[in-house]
Design a protein around this ligand. Structure first.
Ligand code: ADP
Ligand code: ZN
Length: 731
């Protein structure tokens, strides 16, 4: 008999052991169908051995193997186990995330009443009555569990099955695509341009190439100002890796950016370029996954999940705009693709290039202290000047007549740029708290009844909508607080679009945000129409700030940034700096110089002041100093625990239980120097009708936090608790 240790695709914390008469090590990395607590589940075989690790009589048989050959190699198995261990995620959840493009089999247990003549009593009668009401006298077991709420339903049904009253059938269904493969739309156009590297680029490429040549792990920070030609460095590095028979993964933070980057890579790698992001349809994902797996592609351009690309001989991983929070998955498994890149590279002896004009303080610190190699591109290509940045103090210089806080300087800047034939980008921050629908008389902000965050006014639908849940309501005509007529104003993207349309009636204006974009083909259309100069003014949120290279953009206006500044999070200043530097970096990328106007109520804020002066080194020095004093990353490890419940008091009570588990663990393990903040109301205190209580743990010792997190997960069963390792925000 052989025993297979299996990650079952379900929220089970440990690997499970099953037996099978004849499986050998060739089955490692194959999917299996196995019984799981009276149900059937799919899983992935991670180990095969001759001996069992638990009493043999308890071990169940494998039902069948799904794959002839492994769908996942040893390196990705190691990566998955590391993710499971480090981020405290169930192994089956991790591997099912990794294998998401492959079809999944789900099983439904159908219970059918076949004999009504036998006399029944008690719970058996309830079951029979329930089935009698159903079509064909049958129902899925899962619905019966939900509807009947009978304790021990399993054994009741088993007993009835024995007596011949019921029969049970398992129905398989495929989720996702089994056979069909479709080539995805990339949004990329054909481009042809020969580029000669400048000396800074050349030096960076040389260093990366040397490292790739060594076949040994190393990581570089490519710290290059906006427009310094980082993408060209990535391409040359990938070219070298591929010339040595290796593969390259190129991660970008945003689907919207994939056409541009894909375009540039396709120029070099043509059809051997794969794309991979969450916007692909299942059939397209399978298509690209199989091309990578079979060796038909050398390079993949993709978002977060492309870090799991099924390449065997990996030589290079690029993480572009590595600071971006989208690299962290916000649901289980809560991995950071950037940190996984570094770990995966250590497994395969690959080189990692983390690129950005505004690296995270963590990566910057690692480069300063020599953990990463530092590569600097200090100037823009062709010695183009950085755009001039002007900061407008809204307290003084607001053109209040239009009620929208659009300053004269900003409108004037736009006008000048458009008159000269340039394109304009307007940025509006919409993350966090802001007064999208405040009463102009008393300042009252109407909030979501479920989530306690401000509602956003949607003009097209004439509704107030919540951006966390689907709550919506008609806008009130009278302010609920001061009873005066209410005016719906504020700097939402839609409102800005309306006002800008009035100012520039003959210009082609496009608004880009979550509401105006329904699918990725729209992103691709917008990308291409900006490039083809069919849009004069682009208005948008965070998603338009990074990466784009449109040479005709000569003016960038920052309509609002203060809402980000006011977020109660230790990274909020870093985020402001990144956003402003990045969005400013979208202009002056062609032959004409660029200009930037930033509007704010806080012109003296260091993040804004240092952006204006391009005082990058100074900014990081200050940030790192603060972080050091408070033990924030990179000077300490951090873990956040979020406890939720519909009832606010219960959420706090549950949090107290969690706090107790933490204290007990600390005592038991005699841990020192763990600092604990909270339990306290989370800044986003209610989402989807659930109250959120937060605890933050800091320590120099990652292992200690890992042990505590594990203890919380194991002992807080039944409570709604999320353990977030290395959180990117603490909201
Ligand atoms: P970054 O990612 O650093 O902001 P990009 O890689 O987008 O910058 O490059 C900016 C622009 O400069 C692109 O259009 C690119 O084709 C061009 N470019 C890159 N390197 C050079 C070079 N050595 N000479 C001229 N143009 C270059
Ligand atoms: Zn809501």
């Amino acid at each position: 008999m052989r025993y297979v240790r299996t990650a079952v695709f379900s929220n089970v914390e440990n690997l499970l052991t099953y037996k099978t008469p004849d499986a050998g090590p060739e089955k490692i990395g194959c999917r299996v169908i196995v019984p799981l607590g009276g149900k059937t589940a799919t899983g992935l075989v991670l180990e095969v051995s001759d001996t069992a690790d638990i009493p043999v009589e308890k071990i169940k048989f494998v039902r069948s193997f799904l794959d002839e050959t492994p769908v996942i190699g040893p390196e990705l198995i190691k990566l998955g186990l590391w993710i499971s261990d480090y981020y405290l995620a169930a192994p089956g959840m991790v591997f099912s995330t990794m294998l998401a493009p492959l079809f999944k089999i789900t099983f439904k247990k159908i219970v059918r009443l076949i004999n009504e003549t036998i006399e029944l009593k008690g719970r058996q009668m309830d079951v029979a009555e329930y089935l009698k009401d159903k079509e064909h006298n049958e129902a899925p077991f899962s619905s019966m569990e939900k509807d009947l709420k009978i304790s021990g339903l399993h054994s009741v049904i088993a007993a009835m099955q024995k007596k011949g009253i019921l029969e049970i059938e398992e129905k398989e269904s495929f989720k996702g695509i089994k056979k069909k493969r479709v080539k995805p739309e990339t949004g990329a156009q054909d481009i042809a341009a020969e580029i000669t590297l400048n000396s800074f680029q050349q030096e960076a490429v040389d260093k990366i190439i040397n490292a790739v040549k060594n076949d040994k792990y190393s990581t570089f920070l490519l710290f290059g100002t906006t427009g310094s030609g980082k993408t060209e460095v990535y391409i040359r590095a990938a070219q070298y890796a591929v010339s040595r028979g290796k593969k390259a993964i190129i991660l970008v933070p945003e689907i919207f950016l994939t056409p541009q980057v894909t375009e540039r890579f396709k120029k070099v790698f043509q059809d051997r370029t794969a794309i991979y992001h969450s916007g692909l349809k299942p059939a397209e994902r399978v298509h690209e996954w199989e091309r990578m797996k079979s060796g038909e592609a050398d390079v993949v351009v993709g978002t977060r999940s492309a870090i799991f690309a099924p390449f065997d001989n990996l030589g290079l991983i690029v993480v572009d705009e590595e600071f971006d929070s989208s690299y962290k998955q916000e649901s289980e498994p809560r991995y950071s693709a950037r940190d996984c890149a570094v770990y995966r590279a250590t497994l395969s002896g690959a080189v990692v290039v983390l690129g950005s004009a505004t690296p995270s303080a963590e990566s910057y610190h690692n480069a300063l202290n020599g953990k990463y190699g530092m590569l600097v591109l200090p100037e823009r290509v062709s010695k183009r000047p950085m755009p001039e940045i002007e900061v407008v103090d809204l307290k003084i210089d607001a053109n209040k007549s239009n009620g929208l806080f659009l300053s004269n300087n900003l409108i004037k800047g736009m006008q000048d740029a458009l008159d000269a034939g340039g394109q304009v980008i307007l940025f509006i921050s919409r993350r966090g708290y802001s007064n999208y629908n405040f009463c102009m008389t008393c300042g009252k902000v109407e909030k979501c009844v479920n989530c306690d965050i401000p509602l956003v006014y949607h003009k097209a639908a004439n509704k107030l909508k919540c951006h966390y849940c689907d709550y919506e309501k008609p806008p009130a005509l009278i302010c609920p607080s001061c009873k005066k007529p209410i005016a719906y104003k504020g700097a939402g993207t839609q409102r800005v679009e309306d006002v800008i349309t009035q100012f520039f009636p003959d210009k082609r204006i496009k608004r880009v945000d979550m509401d105006s974009m329904s699918d990725r083909s729209e992103y691709f259309n917008v990308y291409n129409s900006i490039k083809d100069r069919e849009i004069d003014i682009l208005i948008g949120t965070q998603m338009i700030t990074k990466g784009f290279d449109f040479p005709e953009v000569t003016f960038v206006g920052v309509v609002s940034i203060d809402t980000v500044l006011n977020l109660p999070d230790f990274r909020s200043e870093e985020r402001v700096f990144e956003l402003l530097m990045q969005v400013a970096g979208r202009t002056g990328r062609g032959d004409k110089p660029g200009r930037v106007v930033i509007q704010t109520f806080n012109p003296q804020n260091p993040a804004i002041e240092m952006t204006r002066k391009y005082a990058t080194a100074e900014f990081y020095a200050e940030q790192l100093q603060i972080r050091k004093e408070l033990g924030y990353p990179p000077f300490g490890k951090m873990m956040q625990i979020i406890i939720q419940d519909e009832n606010g008091e219960k959420a706090f009570k549950d949090a107290e239980k969690v706090a107790e588990i933490i204290q007990k663990t600390i005592q038991k393990e005699a841990m020192k120097m763990i600092s604990i903040l909270g339990p306290a109301e989370a800044p986003l205190s209610r989402i989807r009708n659930r109250y959120r209580v937060s605890m933050i743990l800091k320590s120099k010792n990652a292992k200690s936090l890992n042990i505590i997190g594990r203890a919380v997960k194991q002992n807080a069963r039944g409570l709604d608790v999320a353990v977030i390792v290395d959180p990117v925000n603490t909201l």
